[in-house]
Design a binder for this molecule. Structure first.
Ligand SMILES: Nc1ncnc2c1ncn2[C@@H]1O[C@H](COP(=O)(O)OP(=O)(O)OP(=O)(O)O)[C@@H](O)[C@H]1O
Length: 605
């Protein structure tokens, strides 16, 4: 229940994080992120430079006041200098405020864009991708990793320029004031940089560990809640709690380690500022006494010194933030760049409307994994327009897989499936999915109202349309008996409804979609006998003017259909109506005799 996708990415990344700091790929991605906001970025940069310059002027004004007015005792003009000091300081604050607003806006917009891109990609990546991922890790990717990227984009670009400019300008001003004193101060720099680099490295590692543990914790929480029925019914809460405690402890320890290291940053900076100040007081003080420098210059230096280490610390923080983001960026890029084998292949050829609706499976073979045996084997089947075809077969014969291929949740390994002569991969997905409505074996309902769940396949459908579909699906009386009828809010994954009730809602959902082809995969399997009989009775009406592919075990369902096709171990064994199959297909006869295809109410679907 742990690690998986997320930690896999972390491990892959471990050896690479230092070298991949500024790869062209990463830079291109950052550039793309802010490409739509070039104007805001340019304004932010101008504002940043104004803030930098204005912020560094006041000590020079103070120096002028001390050296040219206070020490010689000339009060005239002092007020003007004081006003200038105030204006510069006020201007610096004004621009600092706007710089923050602008950079936050740019960063948050960029992050919202990435989140959107990721969500889009994840919604479109094929089942084979999702089956290999843990939901918690994907949630962590969309939330935490994108969040880590946010800091790098928000503070990164403008922050880097602002701090570098501040540092360089400050050194230049100080050098102009007194080169000797400046070089004296700069001499302390290598020690400070080395200390910061060493500490930074450990902090980065600690934070990476925190994020990995967090992802594992996320996965564990999500899986336990998603599988709460299993956990409770097996009575394994204690074991799960213990597992949680272990991961949580790991997370705590990693967090504490990171905090201890972070706590060292402030004393370290204070120590370096203190050392610098002590040196300046001693060396600079002597210079003042020997009149090598003026008191004004000395005071200006002291003021600059207080500001000197801040941009350095910012740059080091920024470096950490960027590296932290890099680990996330890697994971995000890997998902964004995962090729989608189900993507529309060649040039799209929108089907001429109205569709005839002929579906042809031509020599279709399919295996879930390259190394596994074919689940469908050279299967050819034609669904004529308006035809209702039943699919029968033993458990595991490949019936649901056939439906999944038709819905293009997966593509055949070999062979093709065409709709009106056009291969499915060339049909725009919206058009393909408008063509069919599905009632799957395992119904998924969202934590929304019953009405919203029914309207899921046709957003914006009116309440009347929703109710009409529910009536058609025999779901109306069940829904009106719920506490708030159609407005009853369901729990996550439809909690609060029985399996049969969920299937009724899925039926209504499919009918509201009003698609020309209805795919039912054991759609009545969870209903009780009475309800199922009602749905059965109205099935032929439901199927009026529609083609249908109906996977069923129930003889009464299959008998209503135009044709029954029997699948035996992934191969098409026979097709025909019930009577002819009983005569011609030994396998079908066996299915009926062994009650796999059954008229008894206990059988599924
Ligand atoms: N996601 C998957 N990954 C790997 N193998 C799978 C997957 N889904 C199904 N299979 C395998 O493919 C085979 C056919 O499964 P499928 O669900 O199509 O059978 P079915 O005929 O619909 O069975 P049932 O009547 O029990 O629903 C089974 O052996 C099953 O184990």
């Amino acid at each position: 229940m742990r690690g998986g996708f997320y930690s896999k990415f972390s491990r892959e990344h471990d050896g690479a994080w230092q070298s991949s700091l500024l790869t062209r790929k990463n830079l291109r991605f950052y550039a793309q992120l802010v490409a739509t906001q070039r104007k805001s970025l340019a304004i932010a940069l101008v504002v940043t430079l104004l803030h930098t310059v204005m912020g560094l002027m006041p000590p020079l004004v103070a120096q002028q006041m001390i050296d040219h007015h206070i020490l010689p005792g000339i009060p005239e003009g002092m007020l003007l200098w004081a006003i200038l000091f105030f204006l510069l300081q006020g201007g610096a604050w004004f621009f600092a405020y706007h710089q923050r607003l602008l950079t936050q806006t740019i960063g948050q917009r960029a992050v919202a864009d990435v989140r959107q891109q990721l969500f889009h990609q994840l919604l479109h990546l094929p089942m084979v991708f999702h089956e290999k991922q843990q939901k918690g890790a994907l949630t962590s990717l969309v939330m935490n990793d994108v969040g880590a990227l946010s800091a790098a984009v928000t503070d990164g670009i403008v922050g880097f320029i602002s701090d570098t400019a501040t540092l360089l300008l400050m050194i230049w001003i100080m050098y102009r004031l007194h080169p000797g004193l400046t070089l004296w101060l700069l001499a302390t720099l290598p020690v400070v940089l080395l200390a910061m680099a060493l500490l930074g490295r450990h902090i980065r590692q600690a934070f990476r560990e925190v994020r990995e543990k967090m992802a594992a914790l996320n996965t564990q929480v999500e899986e336990n809640f998603a599988g709460i029925r299993v956990v409770q019914s097996l009575g394994v809460q204690q074991q799960q709690e213990q597992d949680f405690l272990d991961v949580s402890e790991g997370n705590l320890q990693a967090g504490l380690k990171a905090m201890v290291l972070l706590a060292l940053v402030f004393p370290l900076t204070s120590l370096t500022t203190g050392t610098g100040t002590a040196l300046l007081l001693w060396y600079g003080g002597v210079q003042v006494m020997t009149e090598t420098i003026t008191l004004g210059i000395f005071v200006a230096f002291l003021t600059y010194l207080r500001k000197f280490y801040q941009p350095l610390r910012n740059l080091s923080d920024l470096y950490n933030t960027y590296l932290a983001a890099l680990a996330s960026l890697d994971r995000i890029m890997t998902v964004l760049e995962t090729p989608n084998p189900l993507a529309v292949k060649d040039a799209l050829s929108p089907l001429p409307e109205p569709l005839r609706g002929e579906v042809i499976f031509h020599q279709v073979s399919f295996a879930y994994d390259e190394n596994q045996a074919n689940v469908l084997d050279n299967l050819s089947l034609v669904l004529r327009p308006g035809e209702r075809v039943g699919i029968a077969g033993a458990t595991g014969a490949g019936k649901s897989t056939l439906a999944a291929l038709l819905m293009r949740l997966r593509d055949p390994s070999t062979g093709s499936i065409t709709l009106d002569g056009v291969p499915l991969p060339q049909i725009p997905p919206e058009q393909l999915h408008r063509f069919m409505a599905v009632v799957p074996q395992q119904v998924f309902l969202f934590s929304a109202t019953v009405a919203e769940n029914i309207a899921f396949g046709r957003p914006g459908a009116s309440r009347e349309a929703v109710e009409a579909a529910a009536r058609q699906a025999m779901a109306h009386s069940m829904i009106t008996s719920l506490p708030e009828g159609y407005d009853t809010r369901l729990g996550e994954e439809g909690a609060g409804l029985s399996g049969g009730q969920r299937q009724l809602i899925a039926f209504a959902r499919a009918l509201l979609k009003d698609a020309p082809l209805l795919v039912l995969d054991e759609a009545t399997a969870s209903m009780d006998v009475a309800l199922e009989s009602q749905v059965q009775a109205s099935l032929s009406k439901l199927l009026e003017n529609r083609s249908a592919l109906i996977i069923a075990h129930r003889l009464s369902t299959l008998k209503q259909l135009d044709r029954i096709c029997v699948i035996e171990k992934g191969k098409l064994a026979a097709c025909g109506d019930h009577a002819s199959l009983m005569k011609s297909s030994l396998y079908y006869r066996q299915l009926v005799e062994s009650n796999v295809v059954s008229s008894r109410p206990t059988s599924a679907g």
